[in-house]
Design a protein around this ligand. Sequence first.
Ligand SMILES: Cc1cc2nc3c(=O)[nH]c(=O)nc-3n(C[C@H](O)[C@H](O)[C@H](O)COP(=O)(O)O)c2cc1C
Length: 305
Amino acid sequence: MKPDLKVNIAGVEFANPLMTASGCCGYGEELADIFPLAKLGALVTKSISLNPRLGHPPPRTAEVRSGMLNAIGLANVGIEKFISDKIPFLDKQPTKIIVNVAGSKLAEYVEVCSKLNDFESVSMIELNISCPNVDEGGMEFGSDPVMTEKSLKAVKKVFDRPIIAKLSPNVTSIVEIAKAAEQGGADAFSVINSLVGMAVDAESWHTKITNNKGGLTGPAIKPVALQMVHAVYSHSSLPIIGIGGIQSTTDVIEFLLCGATAVQIGTALFKDPMLFIKIEKELLQYMKRKKCNTIYDLIGKVRKY
Ligand SMILES: Cc1cc2nc3c(=O)[nH]c(=O)nc-3n(C[C@H](O)[C@H](O)[C@H](O)COP(=O)(O)O)c2cc1C
């Protein structure tokens, strides 16, 4: 019998546990040109804010050892253009759509989520309370438990489908923030966003990106992400989407074992946008070999040494 890759997160069914990570394939148009989106469990959009944002001037990415540093600065088309230009495309896609929402003020998050509520094709919202690259607000929402709970409560009032709280690793206790998000009504967690980092050129003495500091992503952050997924899993029964440095099927399995129900892949897509096809095939082979009938036979099954 073929193993079943389906997973359910807060009542929404996904064909498999593989999703794109926000900011790593825009609104899906370019990816759809080269890759059948039906192969994805879900497409997660770039963060959408109330007003369009140009983001930081280039250079805004730099390759670093075992990863990448970025300070895009939440460049996006803004909610009105997203609704007029991007939703019609997303409506037609044969996969679930999760819209990532960012803001610099609570009222902005609420307005964007309220507008998205009109579009049934938006299965879930992923609330980016953890972006390290905005000047005002941004990470504050996700680093202060009081603000985290308040933000979740406010958006839950205007969006009637599930909300995923995307958590930051740049906090003293991710469990404390997860508990606050759950208290506010979060239906699931995405764990983790990027870690704050910096890259310097020893010849010119310049920082490598214009914002000086940026978000570190890619393989360098995988051990941090695995630990945080496991910590949140150990303290909450809400489903978790694991993110951070996934490059292979083995990486995906490690996240599932640590407690993730699904995973998102970001940085690795820049190298290989077809990675999902390979991972789906290899995941099925692995599950057959390990006699796992469903993904749930793997979730949280990590054994202590
Ligand atoms: C270029 C780039 C842009 C990103 N933009 C966003 C964003 O707009 N919103 C967000 O929540 N996360 C954003 N992220 C973070 C990713 O969604 C993800 O959490 C992070 O990259 C870790 O996963 P990875 O190691 O697989 O890339 C971005 C990451 C990269 C590399």
